[in-house]
Design a protein around this ligand. Structure first.
Ligand code: ADP
Length: 241
């Protein structure tokens, strides 16, 4: 499902965090939102999700205006940097949570939920951990559970906010490869926030570079260019060349 961001503005107490941001996110692509801290990436992601409202502008999913829809009704999966798993629920219960919380009409039967959770546990290759609690998992395992939970309701859109930021280099690399494989199999539309240039380059189909609340460029990972005034991307290209 494509995402259209149409002239979004957001002000926090006089500070303009997003300045007339317009952007097209094509269906089925993995898009990186790349930019230095404070450039407005998380705010934009939260507005797309419906976790934050904008002052003006519209968000469209597949051409439909969802600006007024509650986060619950947008059918998106969300993955946060710090996993946000429920500590008092097991891995299986965490994954089932989104399904159990669906309105009665949309909620699968108990048996279907069990089957779907089992399938997701296979998908993240952690079936043996179904009965563990989050405190008993490594960071990489927690984030795999968070991904399975986000995908449980079969969303067409997956939003990830610095998903691998809290993990060490080796685990990050594995999880990137693994997210890419999941994406290529399920073809959801994804946006992930990162300030890690290498991650954006390796994982995405399209990179959106943000700076001071504005979109500086939209490009393929190989087409990123540096403008002399953009120290961020300039440093980045210097780093990869
Ligand atoms: P990024 O994700 O690129 O680091 P953010 O979207 O988190 O940037 O923040 C953009 C700017 O908006 C920052 O200057 C931040 O301090 C400000 N900001 C974000 N959320 C709030 C808030 N709830 N209240 C006040 N200022 C905020």
């Amino acid at each position: 499902m494509s995402i259209t961001i149409d002239q979004i503005n957001k002000n926090f107490g006089g500070f303009q965090a997003l300045k007339n941001v317009s952007l097209d996110i094509p269906e089925g692509q993995l898009t990186a939102l790349l930019g230095p801290s404070g450039s407005g990436k998380t705010t934009l992601l939260r507005i797309i999700a419906g976790l934050e409202s904008s002052d003006s502008g519209r968000i469209l999913f597949g051409g439909d205006d969802v600006s007024q829809l509650h986060v619950r009704d947008r059918n998106i999966g969300f993955v946060f940097q710090h996993y946000a798993l429920f500590r008092h629920l097991t891995v299986a219960e965490n994954i089932a949570f989104g399904l159990e919380s669906l309105p009665k009409k949309q909620r699968p039967s108990k048996q279907e939920i069990r089957q779907r959770v089992a399938k997701l546990l296979e998908m993240i290759q952690l079936p043996e951990l179904a009965k563990r609690y989050p405190a008993q998992l490594s960071g990489g395992q927690k984030q795999r559970v968070a991904l399975a939970r986000a995908l449980a309701t079969q969303p067409r859109i997956l939003l990830l906010d610095e998903p691998f930021g809290a993990l060490d280099a080796k685990v990050r690399k594995d999880l990137r490869r693994w997210l890419r494989a999941l994406h290529d199999e399920y073809h959801f539309t994804s946006i992930f926030v990162t300030h890690d240039q290498e991650e954006a380059l390796e994982l995405s189909d399209q990179v959106v570079v943000m700076s001071q609340g504005q979109v500086e460029q939209v490009n393929s990972p190989t087409g990123l260019y540096a403008r002399p005034e953009s120290r961020f991307v300039f440093d980045f290209l210097g780093h990869v060349n």
